[in-house]
Design a protein around this ligand. Structure first.
Ligand code: SF4
Length: 296
């Protein structure tokens, strides 16, 4: 089991919000028919973010080949991608809601294209840059780490690793450590330098109506701390995995109702209806479970 534990920032975010939701999405065994239920219950809003990310990568790849997109082409591609994701997730949504999602996506895209880095790439300021595949992973020790940046841009002998987040939560003290996972990925990927000071990392994420850019200078120590963070995350996830195999009902629930409001598992989770009540019931269950196991 140890070797199968995978880390990505998306997994980490969900794990911190709710270990039960994390387990249902990433830790739960796949059904025998091979269709993973977790992919068919994503919210339309999340599908919109997914479509945006997909189109961003396509548009950046075209930009690398100096192909510009017209607003009409962007709209068409976004629409096509969103329709595809909705269909794949067996979702039906009202036409008005679909159109509203498209408008959100178009608006965010328009603002993203005004970001300094994108404009510099459009002006062909940097001759050496790559669009990377976020699904490519590296193996670090016994863990598989998904932490590829979206872009790697060579600027004055430094590799600038850039990650785009279509939506981010409030700032956290671990943001810098999480961003350094891109350096860990690059060092283990091959073809990139081994020295931490040969990099700068940037995260560009949408929060409360704006694209926010955070930039960090990695050091040997901060990248080492990032590795420690990843390892402790994987151990905690492994613990939850073991816990779930003993009794699914005892898996820790979200600490905040806000997490449940946007959770795709809420219809079949006691926390989805009333989180406080679910916590109380779980405490009782734990008492019964522990007293039963202490008698055996
Ligand atoms: S509904 Fe709430 S408690 Fe239940 S899995 Fe989702 S986030 Fe966790």
């Amino acid at each position: 089991m140890d070797t199968k534990m995978e880390w990505s920032r998306t997994r980490r975010d969900l794990f911190l919000k709710c270990p039960r939701a994390w387990y249902l999405r990433y830790g739960h065994p796949r059904p025998k028919n091979g269709i993973n239920d977790v992919h068919s219950n994503r919210r339309p809003w999340d599908l919109m973010l997914r479509a945006m990310k997909e189109i961003l990568v396509e548009r950046l790849e075209d930009l690398r080949e100096q192909k510009q997109w017209s607003p009409l082409l962007l709209e068409h591609q976004l629409k096509y991608s969103l329709q595809k994701h909705i269909k794949q997730n067996s979702r039906r949504i009202k036409k008005r809601y679909f159109e509203a999602l498209l408008r959100y996506a178009n608006h965010r895209f328009a603002l993203l294209w005004r970001c300094r880095l994108i404009r510099q790439l459009e002006r062909q300021k940097y001759p050496c840059w790559y669009v990377l595949d976020r699904t490519s992973s590296v193996r670090i020790g016994i863990r598989r780490i998904y932490a590829s940046p979206d872009l790697a841009v060579l600027i004055q002998n430094k590799w600038h690793l850039v990650r785009f987040d279509m939506q981010i939560g409030p700032e956290k003290i671990t943001d810098e450590l999480e961003a350094n996972a891109m350096v860990l990925w690059a060092k283990h990927q091959g073809g990139f330098p081994q020295s931490e000071t040969s990099y700068r990392v940037h995260t560009i994420g949408w929060r409360k109506g704006f694209w926010h850019t955070s930039t960090f200078q990695p050091t040997q120590q901060s990248v080492k701390q990032c590795h420690t963070l990843l390892e402790s995350d994987c151990k905690a996830m492994l613990e939850i995995h073991r816990y779930a195999r003993a009794n699914l009902a005892l898996l820790p629930l979200a600490s905040s109702k806000t997490s449940c409001d946007s959770c795709s598992f809420r219809v079949r989770c006691p926390g989805g209806e009333n989180l406080q009540l679910a916590h109380n019931e779980q405490t009782l269950l734990e008492l019964v479970h522990h007293s039963a196991s202490s008698k055996t």
